[in-house]
Design a protein around this ligand. Structure first.
Ligand code: 13P
Length: 249
């Protein structure tokens, strides 16, 4: 059985001082009992080097929140996949709904970003998810399938190497989690889509994200197609994040 993954997306939060406090609590909390899942933190790009140093020797892995779609060159402000790999970054979130919404990222761009990180040996965490309007209009399946299809089309059989995160936009930062039924229903659709694309679909971890906390994590992790969580706000509180990790059986 594949190991679940609990990933913390810090978004635009943190400072050198706050990062030391959060990570020392986290690393200390995980030192006594080995977690049953992979544990990942994704700090802002500017702190990746600091966090890499702080995580030396710990089980906590390092991820990035985004990556450039370009390989290298005159792209002011961008961070390449090769640079992330150079800092021992293992995962990179691509296509987070906040990037799609505020930075106009398209399905095609997200698919290219996934390709860039895969080429550097970094695992993309491909985010998909519908807005409230799309759900209410009955288009949730169609939206997530379209978003994942772009990544499959562009990356072909390599799609077995990605992590997918279903993050319904209406559940992000709202305190409104998808019900276990809603999450499982979408995860099953995504799994079937992966099965049609690769013989290794069962190896792909499909995370749920959107107001995951210590109270709702266990019910989500019990679902057959939920292979972990992408956690926002609750990943900034060490005790809460540790409880989510502990909810993995
Ligand atoms: P919240 O857990 O704060 O809802 O954020 C989810 C998210 O967007 C993780 O990427």
């Amino acid at each position: 059985m594949k190991k679940k993954l609990v990933a913390g997306n810090w978004k635009m939060h943190g400072s050198q001082l706050a990062n030391v406090d959060l990570l020392s609590e986290l690393v200390h909390g995980l030192a006594s009992t080995a977690p049953a899942c992979d544990v990942l933190v994704c700090p802002p790009a500017v702190y990746v080097a600091q966090v890499a140093a702080l995580l030396q020797g710990s089980v906590v892995q390092l991820g990035a929140q985004d990556v450039s779609a370009q390989e290298a060159g005159a792209f002011t402000g961008e961070v390449s996949a090769a640079m992330l790999a150079d800092l021992a970054v293992r995962y990179a979130i691509v296509g987070h709904s906040e990037r799609r919404k505020y930075h106009g990222e398209t399905d095609a761009l997200v698919a290219l970003k996934a390709q860039r990180v895969l080429a550097c040996g970094v695992t993309p965490i491909v985010c998909v998810g519908e807005t409230l309007e799309e759900r209410e209009a009955g288009h949730a399946f169609e939206v997530v399938k379209r978003q994942l299809a772009a990544v499959i089309h562009h990356n072909k059989h390599c799609v077995s190497e990605v992590v997918v995160a279903y993050e319904p936009v209406w559940a992000i930062g709202t305190g409104k989690t998808a019900t276990p039924e809603q999450a499982q229903e979408i995860h099953a659709v995504l799994r079937a889509q992966l099965q049609a694309a690769t013989a290794h679909a069962d190896r792909v971890r499909i995370l749920y994200g959107g107001s995951v906390n210590a109270a709702n994590a266990a019910a989500l992790f019990a679902l057959p197609d939920v292979d972990g969580a992408l956690v926002g706000g609750a990943s900034l509180k060490a005790a809460e994040f540790l409880s989510i990790v502990a909810a993995v059986q």
